[in-house]
Design a protein around this ligand. Structure first.
Ligand code: F0G
Length: 381
């Protein structure tokens, strides 16, 4: 018997919560770590600092079980892979997908292979993939190289691909949009989100669209046909404007074409050839939204601002959502009176090196006596 059956009040993951809107059947064996149900945190201090009349919320996806939004897609992808008889999964990753894939594979008792770019993955993510028992394959190339190789493996080896080209991933990830609407009792006016491989912005658009009772024109979820079996009640009549932000050195949506050598301190989104290119463009076009890019300095400034003024510690790639939002409020692209949600995709603890490097001098070294500590306190009150 399912171990959660005796505890009806126990939250048991997003598939259970949104089962009617997900491609599962009653006897599906669900592989879950109780992901989802992440907080929507008001960023009142950040909003006040803009000097404008805006309401800002952060969907803090860093509070998922492996510390990023990837768990939403991975519970679906691994559930489907196991149900289909797969004994192994594979992904290319800038770090978070590998950490999540490794965790869900461990839970399911199957093998996990992860391809990571040499030297460009945050330490916490590498630690996760390693301790969770995946086979870590480091390639002398970047994420896009890894993605190309993983696609080759579809025919070459008995492994299920769990990158976001797997449509079950987007199905799981769309639930974050459901949670936002459920929490606010309405859709936000604007939704700001980092864009790398572009699966997440596509998934949110599917989610917001479903809740608005609107079938995305692009049939983006890979399951929506005219005879789609999943329910589309008109719960909320509106959808947000979707705004996607990329790092300046890795901004193919701004360039309008793939970037061969992407570079950014936000290693999670160091991607030059996004796989969900068309879906992400559709989300932005259908919502009258836009893409924009930010420098590494702007990204790190927003990361520090969130940590220092809100106590929210997210990784650099996540902070880009707030960096972009603040600039767009300042430029008047996002008007007064707006209700805005931002996805903070991953936890700051994933990448302690970057956090420590940008906090120089914040550790005081003093002798081990009360006088010295007292002085340190009085000097810094
Ligand atoms: N933020 C974080 C923290 C990420 O890890 C990623 C993607 C993104 C944003 C961008 O999301 O790809 O759906 O547009 N990380 C992938 C990985 C590529 O391998 O972990 P996207």
């Amino acid at each position: 018997m399912n171990s959660t059956a005796s505890y009806p009040n126990l939250y048991s993951g997003l598939i259970e919560r949104y089962r009617a809107r997900l491609p599962v059947v009653p006897d599906t064996r669900i592989i879950t770590l109780s992901e989802g149900n992440t907080p929507l945190i008001p960023l009142d201090n950040v909003a006040r600092a803009t000097g404008r009349d805006v309401k800002i919320f952060a969907k803090f996806e860093g509070l998922n079980p492996t510390g990023s939004f990837k768990d939403r897609g991975m519970t679906m992808a691994v559930t489907q892979a196991v149900g289909g008889g797969s004994r192994a999964i594979i992904c290319a990753s800038t770090g978070n997908t590998s950490a999540s894939a490794a965790a869900y594979a461990a839970r399911a008792g199957i093998r996990c292979f992860v391809l990571i770019p040499e030297g460009k993955i945050a330490l916490g993510k590498l630690a996760q993939a390693m301790i969770e028992g995946s086979v870590v394959i480091q390639i002398k190339g970047n994420f896009d190289d890894g993605m190309r190789i993983v696609k080759d493996m579809a025919d070459a080896a008995p492994v299920a691909i769990v990158n976001s080209i797997n449509p079950y991933r987007l199905q799981g990830q769309k639930t974050a949009a459901f949670e936002i609407v459920d929490a606010l009792d309405r859709a936000p006016d604007y939704h700001c989100i980092p864009v790398g491989n572009a699966g997440n912005i596509s998934a949110y658009w599917v989610g917001f669209s479903e809740y608005a009772g609107i079938r995305p024109k692009t049939a983006a979820c890979g399951f929506c046909t005219d005879t789609c079996a999943y329910p589309f009640p008109a719960v909320v009549p509106t959808r947000p404007v979707m705004v996607g932000y990329q790092a300046a050195g890795a901004a193919p949506f701004i360039a309008g074409h793939p970037i061969e050598f992407p570079e950014t301190i936000a290693t999670a989104i160091r991607i030059g050839n996004p796989q969900s290119w068309d879906l992400a463009w559709a989300a932005v076009r259908e919502s009258d939204g836009w893409f924009d890019s930010l420098s590494d300095d702007e990204i790190l400034t927003a990361q520090r601002l969130l940590a220092e003024t809100e106590g929210v510690f997210c990784e650099p790639a996540s902070a880009i959502a707030v960096a972009g939002l603040l600039r767009d409020i300042d430029r008047g692209k996002i008007p007064d009176g707006s209700l805005i949600t931002c996805t903070l995709t991953g936890h700051g603890l994933k990448d302690p090196d970057t956090a420590i490097k940008q906090s120089p001098g914040s550790v005081l070294e003093v002798p081990a006596n009360s006088d010295a500590v007292k002085r340190a306190i009085l000097d810094n009150l």
